[in-house]
Design a protein around this ligand. Structure first.
Ligand code: A3P
Length: 323
């Protein structure tokens, strides 16, 4: 009862706050600007209690990603890496469940189907494997102070935008948003969890400051050499592959299990979907579109590509981050 009341209070606090913040229409849901980050209103309501109630532990592993940059892939890889003593690859939970169902999203807990607040996260044994789309600035400062290990994944912005545009039109209920309109919003920083440049840069700087605790990855890097990336992630997370495992080819099999080809062809990923707060339903299949590098050329004009490249160069100038 007390828990329900506190949830109602949190909801109305969120509603009152949202009513005072800038809001922009256009994407599949409106976006609200909170502390320089554009969030879907329901995500914002969820993120408020996260800031107060989420208790980071030093053993936590946090998969932080910008949307449409390979979150599904990273979840599969990190889950398979950290749980490989528990499951044989031939009889693996990822063959039966979508990767989003095996890794807990921090900001989705408050209104999750599991019912209510962050107790579920508290109940998980260490090391907890958690995920978030929140920028570092919206996570509790304890995440950095406790020394949680963060694996961050981003993607070349033209491809991230292209993936996002397709996804938005898959999940929206009304008329599709045009490429031009979505592109203009993206370049103004107005995308879910955007501006994308702030998101990328916050984790990039944290990686430079604390490389032992923050691993910064790009989608393209994993695509280029998935085996190398998997070994790197495993080592970073303190689950390195032994010589015996490598000589048996366990690492190669893990890469194959998590590949686009294998995951996208499983029934678990071809059917069903995920309920997200705010009446949003994400079909599992919409999380596996093409899985290619450079698909932007098939959708965006050359001029759009150049415009975004110039913006990216401007925003990342002097940071050392390049695409
Ligand atoms: P495309 O839309 O370019 O195909 P997220 O998981 O963050 O929502 O990102 C979705 C993007 O990752 C989509 O890109 C999707 O196809 C791609 N993706 C999903 N699973 C993948 C996998 N196992 N390997 C490579 N790419 C994958």
């Amino acid at each position: 009862m007390e828990q329900l009341q506190s949830r109602i209070d949190e909801e109305s606090h969120g509603d009152n706050l949202i009513a005072t913040l800038p809001t922009r229409e256009g994407l599949s849901t409106p976006l609200t600007l909170f502390k320089n980050c554009w969030l879907r209103p329901q995500v914002l309501k969820n993120c408020l209690p996260v800031q107060d109630k989420f208790m980071p532990r030093s053993e936590d592993i946090i998969l932080a990603t910008h949307p449409k940059c390979g979150t599904t892939w990273l979840k599969a890889l990190a889950f398979a890496i950290t749980n490989r003593v528990h499951y044989a690859l031939a009889d693996h939970p990822l063959l039966e469940k979508n990767p989003h169902k095996v890794v807990t999203i921090i900001e989705a807990q408050f209104l999750s189907e599991r019912g209510g607040d962050l107790d579920y996260i508290e109940s998980l044994p260490s090391p907890r494997l958690l995920a978030t789309h929140l920028p570092l600035s919206l996570l509790p400062s304890g995440v950095c102070k406790a020394g949680c290990r963060i694996v961050y994944l981003c993607r070349e912005p033209k491809d991230a935008f292209t993936s996002m545009w397709h996804f938005e039109n898959k999940v929206r209920k009304g008329d599709p948003i045009s490429l031009d309109e979505a592109f203009n919003m993206f370049c103004e920083g107005c995308s879910s969890f955007g501006p994308f440049w702030d998101h990328y840069l916050q984790y990039w700087k944290e990686n430079l400051a604390r490389p032992q605790e923050v691993l910064f990855l790009k989608y393209e890097e994993i695509m280029l050499d998935p085996l190398k990336a998997v070994r790197k992630i495993a080592k970073f997370l303190d689950f390195p592959f032994t010589e015996e495992e490598e000589s048996r080819g366990d690492d190669k099999e893990l890469v194959r299990l998590c590949s686009f080809e294998v995951l996208s062809n499983l029934d678990a990923n071809k059917t069903g979907g995920i309920e997200r707060p705010g009446n949003m339903f994400i079909e599992h299949s919409s999380l596996f579109r093409k899985g290619e590098v450079g698909d932007w050329v098939n959708h965006m004009s050359k001029e759009m590509g150049e415009k975004l490249d110039i913006l990216v160069e401007e925003k990342f100038k002097g940071s050392g981050l390049q695409f």
